[in-house]
Design a protein around this ligand. Structure first.
Ligand SMILES: Nc1ncnc2c1ncn2[C@@H]1O[C@H](COP(=O)(O)OP(=O)(O)O)[C@@H](O)[C@H]1O
Ligand SMILES: CC(=O)N[C@@H](CCC(=O)OP(=O)(O)O)C(=O)O
Length: 288
């Protein structure tokens, strides 16, 4: 028998990985997967390119991916440049009339178009829109003290179904419209959860900058129940930016999403590993 070289061992491993992916590819054909791409998960151009390739591959194998993005750090940067002060209350940005203009400019203009372009450069057909388009996300004011911060109240996801049918990949900025014509700033996790519930998505992937939800000893919990989330939150182990994520996960499950995964978006091929291999990444919260 011919001796295996290191190089052809690599090829054999690649072929095996593809072969092992078959049941997962079959399971996810036609599935709707909503991906929250947070500002901290975005990284540099190479990481953005890798994310975009994964999304295009998903679409290529018959998955319907929807990206709902954040961009908090990019909004902070622009507000600082403009000399506008900004504060957060319970993870939400206090948003006055001047701030919401900057938020919309950064999210819809900059961040959204960067993602759209990255996906299209990999051969996908991404379309950028915000929750204001086609009345997709109509909001109520969350709390008068927060100004133009919205809570999704009425979702109209028809435009997303039309984009799926046309083979397009929707990229959604977390902005909503008010009934009086206002523009509302919506937390990215909240927006992704509302979109996923409106679509009754098969998966909601919340990409962040940590490997998953960690317990008191710092270990990632691979599968979380609502009871365990309540316990960890009560004990202050789930804190800060992880609170809106676990809240979103529970609300999405209650709204009809099959499963939510909180995982590290900067890890190479995080979404592919999660969907198409045995090596699920991050913390899984699923419907009973
Ligand atoms: N139990 C926990 N497990 C993991 N991360 C946690 C936990 N509690 C708090 N965090 C923090 O939550 C952060 C993720 O939230 P955030 O920074 O808002 O993410 P993003 O910008 O990706 O939406 C982590 O970087 C971590 O510092
Ligand atoms: C109301 C509210 O806080 N909106 C967020 C929207 C962006 C966001 O959520 O970005 P990340 O996902 O990157 O954190 C904000 O203004 O920062």
């Amino acid at each position: 028998m011919k001796k295996q070289t290191a190089m052809n061992r690599d090829w054999i491993a690649t072929a095996r990985t593809l072969s092992e992916a078959l049941p997962y590819l079959q399971r996810y054909t036609g599935a709707i997967v909503v991906i929250k791409f947070g500002g901290h998960a975005m990284g540099d151009d190479a990481e953005m390119e890798s994310f975009a390739r994964d999304v295009v591959l998903m679409r290529q194998v018959g998955v319907n991916p929807v990206i709902v993005h954040g961009g908090g750090p990019m909004i902070n940067e622009m507000l600082a440049k403009l000399g506008v002060e900004s504060a957060f209350v319970n993870g939400k940005r206090v948003t006055d009339a001047a701030t919401v203009e900057v938020v919309e400019m950064v999210l819809s203009g900059r961040v959204n178009k960067r993602i759209v372009q990255a996906i299209n450069s990999q051969g996908g057909k991404a379309v950028g829109l915000s929750g204001k388009d086609a009345g997709m996300m109509v909001c109520n004011q969350t709390d008068p003290a927060l100004g133009f911060v919205g809570t999704p109240a009425e979702m109209n996801p028809a435009v997303l179904h039309q984009l799926f049918e046309a083979g397009m990949i929707p990229v959604v900025a977390p902005l909503g419209s008010g009934r009086a014509g206002e523009t509302f700033n919506v937390n990215g996790d909240t927006a992704a959860g509302a979109v996923a519930a409106a679509l009754k998505a098969d998966r909601l992937l919340l990409l962040t900058d940590v490997a998953g939800v960690k317990d008191a000893s710092g270990e990632v919990v691979t599968e979380l129940t609502p009871e365990h989330i309540a316990e960890l939150t009560e004990a202050g182990v789930i804190a800060g930016g992880m609170i809106p994520k676990t809240e979103t996960a529970l609300a999405a499950i209650a709204g009809g999403v099959r499963a939510v995964v909180i995982l590290d978006g900067r890890a190479p091929n995080a979404c592919l590993l999660e969907l198409f291999t045995d090596h699920g990444a991050g913390s899984l919260i699923r419907r009973k």
